[in-house]
Design a protein around this ligand. Sequence first.
Ligand code: PLP
Length: 466
Amino acid sequence: MTNSGFAPADLSTIRQMDEHVVHPWASFDRPNKSRTIIGSGAGVYVYDDQGNRLLDGPGGMWCVNVGHGRQEIADAIAHQAAQLSYISPWSHPTAPAARLADRLSSVAPGDLDHIFYTTGGSTAIDSALRFCLFYNNVLGRPEKKHIITRHDAYHGSTYLSAAVCGKPRDKNWLDTQLDQVHFVSSPNSYRSAGGLDEAAFCQKLIAELEAKILEVEPERVAAFIAEPILASGGVIVPPVGYHAACLEVCRRYDVIYISDEVVTGFGRLGDWFASESVFDITPDIITCAKGLTSGYVPLGAVLISDRLISNVGGDGERGAVFSNGFTYSGHPVSCAAALANMDIIEGEGLLEHAREVGPYLQQQLSTLIDLPIVGNIRGLGLMGCIECVVDHDSREPLMLDYEVGNRIDVHCQKLGLLVRPLINMCVMSPPIIIDHEQIDELIRVLRLGIERTIDDLKKEGVVGGL
Ligand SMILES: Cc1ncc(COP(=O)(O)O)c(C=O)c1O
Protein backbone atom coordinates (compact mmCIF):
# COMPACT_ATOMS: atom_id res chain seq x y z
CA MET A 1 0.00 0.00 0.00
CA THR A 2 1.14 3.56 -0.66
CA ASN A 3 0.49 6.39 1.83
CA SER A 4 -2.59 7.33 -0.15
CA GLY A 5 -4.24 3.99 0.44
CA PHE A 6 -3.68 2.43 -2.98
CA ALA A 7 -2.16 -0.96 -3.52
CA PRO A 8 0.37 -0.20 -6.33
CA ALA A 9 -1.08 -2.99 -8.47
CA ASP A 10 -4.43 -1.17 -8.45
CA LEU A 11 -3.14 1.91 -10.16
CA SER A 12 -3.10 0.75 -13.75
CA THR A 13 -6.51 -0.82 -13.22
CA ILE A 14 -7.89 2.46 -11.89
CA ARG A 15 -6.46 4.31 -14.88
CA GLN A 16 -8.07 1.81 -17.23
CA MET A 17 -11.43 2.05 -15.47
CA ASP A 18 -11.19 5.85 -15.47
CA GLU A 19 -11.34 5.78 -19.26
CA HIS A 20 -15.10 5.27 -18.78
CA VAL A 21 -15.35 8.56 -16.89
CA VAL A 22 -16.17 11.67 -18.90
CA HIS A 23 -14.44 14.37 -16.86
CA PRO A 24 -15.61 18.01 -16.79
CA TRP A 25 -14.28 19.97 -19.79
CA ALA A 26 -13.37 16.70 -21.54
CA SER A 27 -11.49 16.81 -24.80
CA PHE A 28 -12.41 13.65 -26.66
CA ASP A 29 -9.59 13.89 -29.16
CA ARG A 30 -6.98 14.27 -26.41
CA PRO A 31 -7.94 11.93 -23.58
CA ASN A 32 -5.85 12.89 -20.59
CA LYS A 33 -4.34 9.67 -19.34
CA SER A 34 -1.60 11.28 -17.33
CA ARG A 35 -3.77 12.82 -14.62
CA THR A 36 -2.59 12.32 -11.08
CA ILE A 37 -4.85 10.06 -9.07
CA ILE A 38 -5.41 11.46 -5.60
CA GLY A 39 -6.14 8.94 -2.88
CA SER A 40 -6.33 10.80 0.39
CA GLY A 41 -6.00 14.14 2.08
CA ALA A 42 -5.24 15.68 5.45
CA GLY A 43 -5.33 19.38 6.24
CA VAL A 44 -3.93 21.43 3.35
CA TYR A 45 -2.30 18.36 1.78
CA VAL A 46 -3.43 15.57 -0.52
CA TYR A 47 -1.53 12.38 -1.37
CA ASP A 48 -1.11 11.15 -4.91
CA ASP A 49 -1.07 7.64 -6.31
CA GLN A 50 2.62 7.26 -5.45
CA GLY A 51 2.09 8.43 -1.88
CA ASN A 52 3.66 11.83 -2.61
CA ARG A 53 2.39 14.74 -0.52
CA LEU A 54 1.03 17.70 -2.48
CA LEU A 55 -0.05 21.04 -1.07
CA ASP A 56 -3.58 21.64 -2.38
CA GLY A 57 -3.18 25.10 -3.92
CA PRO A 58 -6.67 25.25 -5.47
CA GLY A 59 -8.34 23.86 -2.31
CA GLY A 60 -9.99 21.14 -4.41
CA MET A 61 -11.90 23.52 -6.67
CA TRP A 62 -12.11 26.65 -4.46
CA CYS A 63 -14.04 24.55 -1.98
CA VAL A 64 -12.13 22.54 0.65
CA ASN A 65 -12.13 25.50 3.01
CA VAL A 66 -11.63 23.69 6.33
CA GLY A 67 -9.11 21.30 4.81
CA HIS A 68 -9.11 17.61 4.03
CA GLY A 69 -9.85 14.71 6.35
CA ARG A 70 -11.97 16.47 8.99
CA GLN A 71 -13.34 13.72 11.19
CA GLU A 72 -16.08 15.99 12.60
CA ILE A 73 -17.66 16.36 9.15
CA ALA A 74 -17.24 12.68 8.34
CA ASP A 75 -18.93 11.81 11.65
CA ALA A 76 -21.81 14.24 11.05
CA ILE A 77 -22.36 12.70 7.60
CA ALA A 78 -22.27 9.15 8.95
CA HIS A 79 -24.54 9.98 11.86
CA GLN A 80 -27.16 11.70 9.69
CA ALA A 81 -27.04 8.96 7.03
CA ALA A 82 -27.71 6.36 9.71
CA GLN A 83 -30.45 8.40 11.38
CA LEU A 84 -32.31 9.63 8.30
CA SER A 85 -30.62 9.47 4.93
CA TYR A 86 -33.43 11.02 2.92
CA ILE A 87 -37.00 12.23 2.95
CA SER A 88 -38.82 14.30 0.35
CA PRO A 89 -38.22 18.06 0.74
CA TRP A 90 -41.55 18.62 -1.02
CA SER A 91 -43.44 17.11 1.88
CA HIS A 92 -41.30 17.15 5.00
CA PRO A 93 -39.04 19.54 6.87
CA THR A 94 -35.97 17.98 8.47
CA ALA A 95 -34.00 19.20 11.45
CA PRO A 96 -30.65 19.62 9.58
CA ALA A 97 -32.22 21.63 6.73
CA ALA A 98 -34.20 23.82 9.14
CA ARG A 99 -31.22 24.38 11.47
CA LEU A 100 -28.95 25.24 8.59
CA ALA A 101 -31.46 27.69 7.09
CA ASP A 102 -31.80 29.40 10.46
CA ARG A 103 -28.01 29.60 10.81
CA LEU A 104 -27.45 30.86 7.25
CA SER A 105 -30.07 33.57 7.66
CA SER A 106 -28.39 34.66 10.89
CA VAL A 107 -24.98 35.16 9.23
CA ALA A 108 -26.30 36.52 5.92
CA PRO A 109 -26.31 40.25 5.31
CA GLY A 110 -29.46 42.35 5.68
CA ASP A 111 -32.81 40.69 5.17
CA LEU A 112 -31.59 37.67 3.20
CA ASP A 113 -33.58 35.28 5.35
CA HIS A 114 -35.11 32.81 2.91
CA ILE A 115 -33.05 29.81 1.90
CA PHE A 116 -33.69 27.69 -1.18
CA TYR A 117 -31.46 24.61 -1.24
CA THR A 118 -29.87 23.24 -4.38
CA THR A 119 -27.38 20.54 -5.31
CA GLY A 120 -24.43 22.86 -6.03
CA GLY A 121 -23.43 26.19 -7.52
CA SER A 122 -24.87 25.85 -11.04
CA THR A 123 -28.27 24.81 -9.74
CA ALA A 124 -28.14 27.71 -7.25
CA ILE A 125 -27.55 30.16 -10.13
CA ASP A 126 -30.25 28.49 -12.20
CA SER A 127 -32.69 28.69 -9.30
CA ALA A 128 -31.83 32.32 -8.54
CA LEU A 129 -32.40 33.30 -12.18
CA ARG A 130 -35.59 31.30 -12.40
CA PHE A 131 -36.77 33.00 -9.22
CA CYS A 132 -36.26 36.39 -10.90
CA LEU A 133 -38.36 35.27 -13.88
CA PHE A 134 -41.03 33.90 -11.54
CA TYR A 135 -40.95 37.13 -9.51
CA ASN A 136 -41.73 39.28 -12.52
CA ASN A 137 -44.46 36.92 -13.72
CA VAL A 138 -46.13 37.12 -10.33
CA LEU A 139 -45.83 40.92 -10.34
CA GLY A 140 -47.51 41.04 -13.75
CA ARG A 141 -44.36 42.15 -15.61
CA PRO A 142 -43.85 39.27 -18.04
CA GLU A 143 -41.59 41.36 -20.27
CA LYS A 144 -39.08 42.03 -17.44
CA LYS A 145 -36.96 38.91 -18.05
CA HIS A 146 -33.59 39.98 -19.39
CA ILE A 147 -30.38 39.33 -17.48
CA ILE A 148 -27.19 41.34 -17.48
CA THR A 149 -23.91 39.59 -16.75
CA ARG A 150 -20.22 40.22 -17.40
CA HIS A 151 -17.44 39.06 -19.65
CA ASP A 152 -15.05 36.73 -17.76
CA ALA A 153 -17.87 35.54 -15.46
CA TYR A 154 -18.25 31.90 -14.55
CA HIS A 155 -21.59 30.93 -13.06
CA GLY A 156 -21.96 27.24 -13.86
CA SER A 157 -22.59 24.48 -16.28
CA THR A 158 -26.34 23.97 -16.48
CA TYR A 159 -28.02 25.45 -19.54
CA LEU A 160 -29.17 28.69 -17.94
CA SER A 161 -26.16 29.23 -15.65
CA ALA A 162 -23.86 28.59 -18.63
CA ALA A 163 -25.76 31.21 -20.63
CA VAL A 164 -24.68 33.90 -18.14
CA CYS A 165 -21.02 32.85 -18.27
CA GLY A 166 -18.70 35.22 -20.06
CA LYS A 167 -15.59 33.16 -20.75
CA PRO A 168 -15.43 33.02 -24.54
CA ARG A 169 -13.53 29.73 -24.90
CA ASP A 170 -16.23 27.90 -22.96
CA LYS A 171 -18.71 28.78 -25.70
CA ASN A 172 -16.62 27.59 -28.63
CA TRP A 173 -18.33 24.24 -28.88
CA LEU A 174 -21.54 24.66 -26.92
CA ASP A 175 -24.63 26.70 -27.66
CA THR A 176 -26.23 28.82 -24.99
CA GLN A 177 -29.51 30.61 -24.81
CA LEU A 178 -28.46 34.17 -25.52
CA ASP A 179 -31.54 36.17 -26.45
CA GLN A 180 -32.30 37.15 -22.84
CA VAL A 181 -28.69 37.56 -21.75
CA HIS A 182 -26.59 40.71 -22.19
CA PHE A 183 -22.94 41.27 -21.37
CA VAL A 184 -21.04 44.21 -19.93
CA SER A 185 -17.26 44.50 -19.56
CA SER A 186 -15.17 42.60 -17.09
CA PRO A 187 -13.76 44.88 -14.38
CA ASN A 188 -10.25 43.67 -15.23
CA SER A 189 -8.02 46.68 -14.62
CA TYR A 190 -4.90 44.86 -15.92
CA ARG A 191 -6.44 44.12 -19.31
CA SER A 192 -9.27 46.63 -19.83
CA ALA A 193 -8.59 49.87 -17.96
CA GLY A 194 -6.82 51.35 -20.99
CA GLY A 195 -4.68 53.69 -18.90
CA LEU A 196 -7.56 54.98 -16.73
CA ASP A 197 -6.95 55.25 -13.02
CA GLU A 198 -9.04 53.07 -10.69
CA ALA A 199 -11.76 55.65 -10.05
CA ALA A 200 -12.14 56.57 -13.71
CA PHE A 201 -12.19 52.91 -14.75
CA CYS A 202 -14.87 52.25 -12.16
CA GLN A 203 -16.97 55.15 -13.42
CA LYS A 204 -16.65 53.87 -16.98
CA LEU A 205 -17.87 50.41 -15.95
CA ILE A 206 -20.82 51.83 -14.04
CA ALA A 207 -21.80 54.06 -16.94
CA GLU A 208 -21.65 51.00 -19.19
CA LEU A 209 -23.96 49.04 -16.89
CA GLU A 210 -26.47 51.88 -16.80
CA ALA A 211 -26.28 52.32 -20.57
CA LYS A 212 -26.88 48.59 -21.03
CA ILE A 213 -29.98 48.69 -18.81
CA LEU A 214 -31.28 51.67 -20.75
CA GLU A 215 -30.49 50.02 -24.09
CA VAL A 216 -32.34 46.80 -23.18
CA GLU A 217 -34.95 49.00 -21.42
CA PRO A 218 -35.42 48.98 -17.64
CA GLU A 219 -38.93 47.49 -18.00
CA ARG A 220 -37.28 44.46 -19.62
CA VAL A 221 -34.28 43.93 -17.32
CA ALA A 222 -34.92 41.51 -14.46
CA ALA A 223 -31.51 40.94 -12.92
CA PHE A 224 -27.81 41.71 -12.81
CA ILE A 225 -25.56 38.85 -11.72
CA ALA A 226 -22.00 39.28 -10.48
CA GLU A 227 -19.35 37.35 -8.59
CA PRO A 228 -17.81 39.70 -5.97
CA ILE A 229 -14.45 38.63 -7.39
CA LEU A 230 -14.52 36.94 -10.79
CA ALA A 231 -12.98 33.63 -9.79
CA SER A 232 -12.53 31.28 -12.76
CA GLY A 233 -12.21 34.32 -15.01
CA GLY A 234 -8.80 34.82 -13.36
CA VAL A 235 -9.40 36.23 -9.86
CA ILE A 236 -10.42 39.65 -11.11
CA VAL A 237 -10.84 42.06 -8.22
CA PRO A 238 -13.04 45.01 -9.26
CA PRO A 239 -12.13 48.64 -8.57
CA VAL A 240 -13.00 50.02 -5.12
CA GLY A 241 -16.66 51.03 -4.94
CA TYR A 242 -17.63 49.06 -8.06
CA HIS A 243 -20.22 46.72 -6.51
CA ALA A 244 -21.84 49.45 -4.42
CA ALA A 245 -22.21 51.63 -7.51
CA CYS A 246 -23.59 48.68 -9.55
CA LEU A 247 -26.14 48.03 -6.81
CA GLU A 248 -27.18 51.68 -6.84
CA VAL A 249 -27.77 51.54 -10.60
CA CYS A 250 -29.77 48.31 -10.20
CA ARG A 251 -31.94 49.85 -7.47
CA ARG A 252 -32.61 52.89 -9.70
CA TYR A 253 -34.13 50.63 -12.37
CA ASP A 254 -35.70 47.98 -10.13
CA VAL A 255 -33.21 45.35 -11.27
CA ILE A 256 -32.55 42.43 -8.89
CA TYR A 257 -28.90 42.19 -7.82
CA ILE A 258 -27.62 38.60 -7.54
CA SER A 259 -24.27 38.22 -5.81
CA ASP A 260 -22.72 34.88 -6.75
CA GLU A 261 -20.74 33.93 -3.66
CA VAL A 262 -20.16 30.32 -4.66
CA VAL A 263 -16.42 30.93 -4.29
CA THR A 264 -16.18 33.99 -2.04
CA GLY A 265 -18.40 32.65 0.75
CA PHE A 266 -17.48 30.68 3.88
CA GLY A 267 -14.23 32.29 4.80
CA ARG A 268 -12.34 32.68 1.55
CA LEU A 269 -12.41 36.46 1.97
CA GLY A 270 -12.53 36.38 5.77
CA ASP A 271 -16.26 36.34 6.41
CA TRP A 272 -19.26 34.07 5.92
CA PHE A 273 -20.18 36.20 2.91
CA ALA A 274 -18.09 38.89 1.25
CA SER A 275 -20.88 41.02 -0.25
CA GLU A 276 -21.43 43.19 2.79
CA SER A 277 -18.24 42.85 4.79
CA VAL A 278 -15.78 43.31 1.92
CA PHE A 279 -17.79 45.05 -0.81
CA ASP A 280 -20.28 47.01 1.23
CA ILE A 281 -23.44 45.78 -0.48
CA THR A 282 -26.56 43.98 0.63
CA PRO A 283 -27.68 42.27 -2.55
CA ASP A 284 -31.20 40.97 -3.15
CA ILE A 285 -30.02 37.40 -3.65
CA ILE A 286 -26.84 35.53 -2.71
CA THR A 287 -25.92 32.17 -4.20
CA CYS A 288 -23.49 29.87 -2.43
CA ALA A 289 -22.15 26.29 -2.58
CA LYS A 290 -18.58 24.89 -2.39
CA GLY A 291 -17.31 26.19 0.99
CA LEU A 292 -20.81 25.70 2.43
CA THR A 293 -19.84 22.06 3.04
CA SER A 294 -16.12 22.53 2.33
CA GLY A 295 -16.76 20.20 -0.60
CA TYR A 296 -17.35 17.13 1.57
CA VAL A 297 -20.77 16.52 -0.02
CA PRO A 298 -22.68 18.49 -2.66
CA LEU A 299 -24.92 21.34 -1.53
CA GLY A 300 -25.82 24.80 -2.75
CA ALA A 301 -28.18 27.49 -1.54
CA VAL A 302 -29.95 30.61 -2.75
CA LEU A 303 -30.51 33.27 -0.09
CA ILE A 304 -33.42 35.52 -1.00
CA SER A 305 -34.39 38.79 0.67
CA ASP A 306 -37.54 39.31 2.72
CA ARG A 307 -38.34 42.18 0.37
CA LEU A 308 -38.49 39.94 -2.71
CA ILE A 309 -40.35 37.15 -0.92
CA SER A 310 -42.91 39.49 0.58
CA ASN A 311 -43.53 41.06 -2.84
CA VAL A 312 -44.60 37.69 -4.24
CA GLY A 313 -46.27 36.41 -1.09
CA GLY A 314 -48.61 37.75 1.49
CA ASP A 315 -52.27 38.43 0.83
CA GLY A 316 -52.21 38.50 -2.96
CA GLU A 317 -53.88 35.08 -3.27
CA ARG A 318 -52.41 34.79 -6.72
CA GLY A 319 -51.89 31.06 -6.39
CA ALA A 320 -48.39 31.40 -7.77
CA VAL A 321 -46.10 28.41 -7.27
CA PHE A 322 -42.32 28.59 -7.67
CA SER A 323 -42.14 25.28 -9.51
CA ASN A 324 -38.44 24.79 -9.05
CA GLY A 325 -36.80 22.17 -6.85
CA PHE A 326 -34.59 19.15 -6.74
CA THR A 327 -34.96 15.69 -5.26
CA TYR A 328 -31.94 16.55 -3.17
CA SER A 329 -32.93 20.10 -2.16
CA GLY A 330 -31.98 20.37 1.52
CA HIS A 331 -30.59 16.85 1.61
CA PRO A 332 -30.34 15.99 5.33
CA VAL A 333 -26.84 14.50 5.01
CA SER A 334 -25.53 17.53 3.11
CA CYS A 335 -27.12 19.95 5.57
CA ALA A 336 -25.61 18.02 8.50
CA ALA A 337 -22.20 18.31 6.80
CA ALA A 338 -22.71 22.07 6.32
CA LEU A 339 -23.61 22.50 9.99
CA ALA A 340 -20.48 20.59 11.07
CA ASN A 341 -18.44 22.69 8.63
CA MET A 342 -19.82 25.90 10.10
CA ASP A 343 -19.09 24.59 13.60
CA ILE A 344 -15.45 24.12 12.61
CA ILE A 345 -15.19 27.56 11.00
CA GLU A 346 -16.70 29.16 14.08
CA GLY A 347 -15.04 26.96 16.72
CA GLU A 348 -11.55 27.34 15.26
CA GLY A 349 -11.89 31.04 14.52
CA LEU A 350 -11.20 30.40 10.83
CA LEU A 351 -12.79 33.65 9.64
CA GLU A 352 -10.36 35.60 11.82
CA HIS A 353 -7.56 33.29 10.71
CA ALA A 354 -8.39 33.89 7.02
CA ARG A 355 -8.37 37.64 7.63
CA GLU A 356 -4.91 37.27 9.13
CA VAL A 357 -3.26 34.93 6.59
CA GLY A 358 -4.98 36.36 3.48
CA PRO A 359 -2.82 39.50 3.33
CA TYR A 360 0.28 37.36 3.93
CA LEU A 361 -0.61 35.15 0.93
CA GLN A 362 -1.10 38.26 -1.22
CA GLN A 363 2.16 39.78 -0.06
CA GLN A 364 4.10 36.58 -0.71
CA LEU A 365 2.48 36.06 -4.12
CA SER A 366 3.52 39.58 -5.06
CA THR A 367 7.20 38.64 -4.61
CA LEU A 368 6.92 36.54 -7.80
CA ILE A 369 6.64 39.66 -9.98
CA ASP A 370 10.40 39.62 -10.61
CA LEU A 371 10.01 36.47 -12.72
CA PRO A 372 10.19 37.53 -16.38
CA ILE A 373 7.00 35.79 -17.56
CA VAL A 374 4.89 36.95 -14.60
CA GLY A 375 2.94 39.95 -15.87
CA ASN A 376 0.31 40.48 -13.22
CA ILE A 377 -0.37 39.22 -9.72
CA ARG A 378 -3.75 39.91 -8.20
CA GLY A 379 -6.11 38.67 -5.58
CA LEU A 380 -7.70 39.27 -2.24
CA GLY A 381 -7.94 37.18 0.92
CA LEU A 382 -7.30 33.56 0.07
CA MET A 383 -7.82 33.95 -3.68
CA GLY A 384 -4.83 34.71 -5.86
CA CYS A 385 -3.76 34.62 -9.50
CA ILE A 386 -0.56 35.00 -11.42
CA GLU A 387 -0.94 35.87 -15.07
CA CYS A 388 1.93 35.05 -17.42
CA VAL A 389 2.92 37.19 -20.40
CA VAL A 390 5.69 37.27 -22.97
CA ASP A 391 6.93 40.54 -21.58
CA HIS A 392 5.75 43.04 -19.00
CA ASP A 393 5.36 45.97 -21.40
CA SER A 394 3.39 44.38 -24.23
CA ARG A 395 1.27 42.31 -21.84
CA GLU A 396 0.98 39.85 -24.69
CA PRO A 397 -0.39 36.69 -23.11
CA LEU A 398 1.41 33.41 -23.53
CA MET A 399 -1.56 31.74 -25.14
CA LEU A 400 -3.10 28.32 -24.84
CA ASP A 401 -0.71 26.84 -27.43
CA TYR A 402 2.10 27.21 -24.96
CA GLU A 403 -0.03 25.79 -22.16
CA VAL A 404 2.02 27.76 -19.75
CA GLY A 405 -0.36 27.23 -16.82
CA ASN A 406 -0.31 23.48 -17.45
CA ARG A 407 3.45 23.45 -17.66
CA ILE A 408 3.78 25.28 -14.37
CA ASP A 409 1.31 22.82 -12.84
CA VAL A 410 3.31 19.81 -14.08
CA HIS A 411 6.55 21.17 -12.64
CA CYS A 412 4.87 22.15 -9.38
CA GLN A 413 3.29 18.73 -8.97
CA LYS A 414 6.72 17.15 -9.22
CA LEU A 415 7.81 19.56 -6.50
CA GLY A 416 4.85 18.95 -4.19
CA LEU A 417 2.20 21.53 -5.10
CA LEU A 418 -1.08 21.36 -7.00
CA VAL A 419 -1.90 24.54 -8.90
CA ARG A 420 -4.98 25.33 -10.93
CA PRO A 421 -3.85 26.18 -14.45
CA LEU A 422 -6.11 28.45 -16.52
CA ILE A 423 -4.53 28.96 -19.96
CA ASN A 424 -1.78 31.51 -19.16
CA MET A 425 -2.78 31.87 -15.51
CA CYS A 426 -2.40 29.93 -12.27
CA VAL A 427 -5.06 30.54 -9.66
CA MET A 428 -4.70 29.81 -5.96
CA SER A 429 -7.40 29.22 -3.37
CA PRO A 430 -5.86 27.02 -0.68
CA PRO A 431 -7.83 25.72 2.29
CA ILE A 432 -8.44 28.65 4.62
CA ILE A 433 -6.68 26.80 7.45
CA ILE A 434 -3.35 27.34 5.65
CA ASP A 435 -0.65 28.84 7.91
CA HIS A 436 2.32 31.13 7.26
CA GLU A 437 4.81 28.28 6.87
CA GLN A 438 2.60 26.49 4.38
CA ILE A 439 2.14 29.73 2.42
CA ASP A 440 5.95 30.03 2.30
CA GLU A 441 6.11 26.47 0.98
CA LEU A 442 3.46 27.23 -1.65
CA ILE A 443 5.34 30.31 -2.87
CA ARG A 444 8.74 28.57 -2.84
CA VAL A 445 7.47 25.72 -5.01
CA LEU A 446 5.47 28.01 -7.29
CA ARG A 447 8.61 30.12 -7.92
CA LEU A 448 10.61 27.00 -8.75
CA GLY A 449 7.84 25.67 -11.01
CA ILE A 450 7.71 28.95 -12.92
CA GLU A 451 11.52 29.08 -13.19
CA ARG A 452 11.60 25.56 -14.63
CA THR A 453 8.84 26.52 -17.08
CA ILE A 454 10.86 29.54 -18.18
CA ASP A 455 13.86 27.25 -18.76
CA ASP A 456 11.70 25.00 -20.97
CA LEU A 457 10.29 27.95 -22.92
CA LYS A 458 13.79 29.33 -23.46
CA LYS A 459 15.04 25.95 -24.70
CA GLU A 460 12.13 25.78 -27.12
CA GLY A 461 12.77 29.34 -28.27
CA VAL A 462 9.19 30.30 -27.39
CA VAL A 463 10.21 33.39 -25.45
CA GLY A 464 13.59 34.23 -26.89
CA GLY A 465 13.89 37.59 -25.18
CA LEU A 466 13.95 36.18 -21.65
C1 PLP B 1 -18.65 31.72 -9.04
C2 PLP B 1 -19.18 30.36 -9.40
N1 PLP B 1 -20.50 30.19 -9.52
C3 PLP B 1 -21.03 29.00 -9.81
C4 PLP B 1 -20.23 27.89 -10.01
C5 PLP B 1 -20.84 26.56 -10.35
O1 PLP B 1 -20.79 25.73 -9.25
P1 PLP B 1 -20.92 24.14 -9.39
O2 PLP B 1 -19.70 23.68 -10.13
O3 PLP B 1 -21.00 23.66 -7.97
O4 PLP B 1 -22.15 23.83 -10.14
C6 PLP B 1 -18.85 28.02 -9.86
C7 PLP B 1 -17.96 26.86 -10.05
O5 PLP B 1 -16.76 26.94 -10.06
C8 PLP B 1 -18.30 29.29 -9.57
O6 PLP B 1 -16.97 29.47 -9.48
